[in-house]
Design a protein around this ligand. Structure first.
Ligand SMILES: *Cc1c(COP(=O)(O)O)cnc(C)c1O
Length: 363
């Protein structure tokens, strides 16, 4: 049996370091916004190559707080991909802004820059590219458009810790970036956690207030802020795990390479293979016209899969106001995609078994 993801197995190599980190925090007697958060922020900023990192409670709030901090007029538009996790869209609407869906490219799964310009209106204030599945968007084209139209660029880097684009790390490719350290991400905490990276010192300052009740000095509140703090225990765990991220991503790249070289089934469409060593391979997502048939076949042979995601945001009950939209590329993707197991706990033998099983699928 190969589960889609066994987080206990993924964290097993870190178990002792994690225990020591938690003990360290318990003994310190300081549990919110202390040295652990400060030192993780410094380490993660250095990792991403940005001047600042601000730890926050989760990935959704990382994105939401940046959009709030930019303080756009109510009703301003933010362009988002039509095939993303719901959090990207929630960040926009929670900030009082309007999401405008732009279609992805069918083969890369990422925002299609050639369709982006048509989505820009006089109310557009920002573009929110999502480095979906761990592959960076075409940031050269996106940043060129943003300069041309005077827009902000907020990267959703929740799936892209350690992904690289033209030699630069995800998180350092726009005006700001939101990261999630949800347990299943490439850099995962043992609970909820998130961070913002940016080179903008004014924005960073504002975000440090906003995450902590709008306060920079105890009991003095300069803004109507939020409670969105990264806690000391999660920060300490992340500090222990960060040094091994590149090694784990290297392993993911190796396994992704094994899938790409091995899967030859004519009805399976593989993800792009032109930047294997730059992508962080958060997920390995293939397409098949009868996705559910493939999933059942694999399940019967002991292989767990998942779908990221079965329902596009505009068809979610929560966003009924967008239900009338026709976004055929996103809709096709959400019908056809299936995620194969890919994480640092898997062996070459297990991947080979999955490859052979898929190649033997009679459909
Ligand atoms: C996980 C994820 C988020 C949200 O992160 P949380 O920490 O769960 O709030 C946002 N965007 C994308 C693309 C994600 O995968």
């Amino acid at each position: 049996m190969i589960p889609f993801l066994d987080l206990g197995a993924v964290n097993a190599p870190h178990a002792e370091r994690i225990s020591r980190a938690v003990q360290r925090v318990i003994r310190s007697g300081w549990y919110i916004l202390g040295n652990e958060v400060t030192s993780f922020e410094a380490a993660f900023a250095e990792y991403c190559g940005t001047r600042h990192c601000i730890g926050v409670a989760n990935g959704l709030e990382a994105l939401t707080l940046v959009l709030k901090a930019w303080d756009f007029p109510a009703g301003s538009e933010v362009i988002v991909p039509s095939n993303t996790y719901i959090a990207t869209v929630l960040a926009v609407t929670h900030a009082g802004l309007v999401p405008v869906f732009a279609e992805p490219d069918l083969t890369s799964y990422l925002l299609d820059p050639t369709k982006l310009e048509a989505a820009i209106t006089s109310r557009t204030k920002a573009i929110l590219p999502v480095h979906l599945y761990g592959r960076c968007c075409d940031m050269e084209a996106i940043n060129a458009l943003s300069r041309q139209y005077g827009l902000k660029v907020l990267e959703d880097a929740a799936q892209a810790h350690g992904a690289v684009y033209q030699g630069r790390q995800a998180g350092n490719l726009g005006d700001a970036a939101g990261f999630s350290f949800y347990p299943s991400k490439n850099l995962g905490a043992l609970g909820d956690a998130g961070a913002i990276t940016t080179n903008d010192s004014v924005l960073a300052d504002r975000l440090r207030y906003l995450r902590n009740y709008g306060s920079g000095h105890k009991y003095r509140n300069d803004y109507t802020g939020y409670n969105s703090r990264l806690d000391e225990i999660q920060a300490a765990i992340l500090t222990e795990k960060l040094p091994l991220l590149d090694e784990e991503n290297a392993r993911r790249r190796q396994l992704a390479g094994q899938y790409l070289a091995g899967i030859t089934h004519s009805d399976i469409t593989l993800p792009p293979s032109d930047r294997v060593s730059d992508d962080s391979w958060h997920l390995f997502v293939v397409r098949h016209p009868q996705r559910d048939g493939v999933r059942n076949y694999l399940r019967e042979r002991g292989i767990g899969t998942d779908v990221h995601y079965p329902i596009p945001p505009h068809q979610q009950p929560a966003y009924a106001e967008y239900g009338h939209l026709s976004l055929p590329v996103a809709e096709q993707l959400h019908r056809e995609i299936v995620s194969l197991p890919l994480n640092s706990a898997l062996t070459d033998t297990q991947i080979q078994y999955i490859v052979d099983t898929i190649n033997g699928y009679p459909g």
